[in-house]
Design a protein around this ligand. Structure first.
Ligand SMILES: Cc1cc2nc3c(=O)[nH]c(=O)nc-3n(C[C@H](O)[C@H](O)[C@H](O)COP(=O)(O)OP(=O)(O)OC[C@H]3O[C@@H](n4cnc5c(N)ncnc54)[C@H](O)[C@@H]3O)c2cc1C
Length: 354
């Protein structure tokens, strides 16, 4: 296929995953990003395969997991930066029912990649409050989110493929896909929770879900695994841990709050009576959708204008596969899965359902 030039607004997880995919497919990209990020760069970057309550796998886990692992490992070479960190997640089980789900699932081939069999040592694990035993998750990892965002910006800037600026709507002609005097073949909006500040796709139900986390220093919290119950405890090295995260619906405010700090400290105390000092507090906003599925696809009336958004709480797991599916849709006409397609929000007459 002939190489095309694609303008991508937003160089967070969505925009950069798509940019790398398009380059791999032989296209040229131009990213626009203001250089300030409140989601991709402040995330914990954890890829946890399970949804704990009923001990189910995350949606489309097996395919997302393979793509995600390959993407971050390959990107380490491209960006010359350490991004990918394998980790064991130790779930402190919260009920007899959760324990039974685990015991039941651990024997099935479907779960063997992710659930370790509960051993006597897991049952009696003593470095956290232990009521119902614990279990270890396999195949988990976390991505250094700050490094991911910053090194991607550096990389695209060095290639001359990044405009570090506010997207200037008055310089954009959406009919001719011209921005600042340059014409593009396709344009993609990947602006995360700031979607409603752009006129295109603003009717779509992308919500702003504030999330806060704290970093603490402690010599008592275990460093070899990521403890999980009520909150996650991610060891960052040198006795520093990130504790997260809160969920504050419909809230784009970027101020750290005492309430969130207290909530996180309370949740940490459910795991153990550790002594620690708080280093700092992070705030971000996730772009979420009520049906918990991302939104990808083409604008209902403007030709060659696309959207990649709604990555929600599991962006680091889903984005690499979704970027490939969006590229295939844009260039090969391969239909997007109904569950992620923007068309679920358009009526039969192609009008957005508000
Ligand atoms: C506290 C917190 C913890 C999280 N933890 C995890 C986790 O552990 N695991 C996980 O998988 N996910 C996690 N997430 C979710 C994950 O971060 C998001 O799913 C993902 O980062 C969203 O990426 P995005 O590219 O859609 O949006 P963003 O990261 O918001 O990127 C959008 C980009 O667009 C740019 N932009 C917007 N408007 C304009 C404009 N007008 N002009 C120029 N540039 C513009 C912004 O500068 C920004 O860089 C977490 C999120 C938060 C907030």
């Amino acid at each position: 296929m002939e190489s095309q030039h694609v303008l991508i607004i937003g160089a967070g997880l969505a925009g950069t995953c798509l940019a790398h995919q398009l380059i791999a497919n032989g296209h040229r990209v131009q990213l626009v990003d203001r250089g300030i990020n409140h989601s991709t760069a402040v995330a914990a970057g954890m890829v946890n395969p399970m949804v704990f309550r009923r001990m189910n796998k995350s949606w489309r886990l097996d395919e997302f997991m393979i793509d995600a692992r390959n993407y971050y490992l390959q990107l380490e070479q491209v960006l010359d930066s350490k991004l990918f960190h394998p980790i064991v997640i130790r779930r402190m089980l919260s009920s007899e029912q959760e324990r039974n789900y685990w015991l039941d699932r651990q024997k099935t081939p479907e779960f063997q990649t992710y659930l370790s069999e509960i051993t006597p040592a897991d049952e009696s694990y003593s470095r956290a409050h232990n009521q119902f035993g614990s279990g270890r998750l396999k195949s988990c990892f976390w991505v250094d989110a700050k490094a991911y965002y910053e090194h991607n910006l550096d990389y695209f800037e060095r290639k001359g493929s990044l405009l570090k600026e506010d997207f200037d709507l008055s310089s954009f002609d959406e009919i001719n896909l011209n921005y600042n005097g340059k014409t593009y073949d396709k344009v993609v909006f990947a602006v995360g929770y700031q979607q409603m500040n752009t006129p295109f796709f603003k009717e779509l139900p992308i919500q702003q879900t504030k999330g806060q986390s704290i970093r603490v220093h402690s010599k008592e919290i275990p460093e070899n695994e990521s403890l999980n119950r009520k909150c996650f405890v991610l060891p960052l090295g040198n006795n520093v841990f990130r504790i997260g995260a809160t969920y504050e619906w419909d809230n784009p405010d970027l101020t750290p709050t005492e309430e969130a700090k207290k909530e996180l400290m309370d949740h940490l105390s459910v795991l153990g009576s550790y002594s620690y000092e708080i280093i700092d507090q992070q705030v971000g906003v996730r772009p979420t959708v009520l049906d918990r599925r991302p939104i990808l696809g083409a604008h209902h009336s403007i030709k060659n204008l696309y959207l990649f958004n709604g990555l929600g709480t599991k962006g680091y797991l889903m984005a690499p596969t979704l970027a490939r599916e969006l590229a295939d849709f844009m260039f090969e006409g391969i239909p997007l899965d109904k569950e992620i397609s923007i068309e679920r929000f358009y009526s039969k007459s192609n009008v957005p359902i508000v």
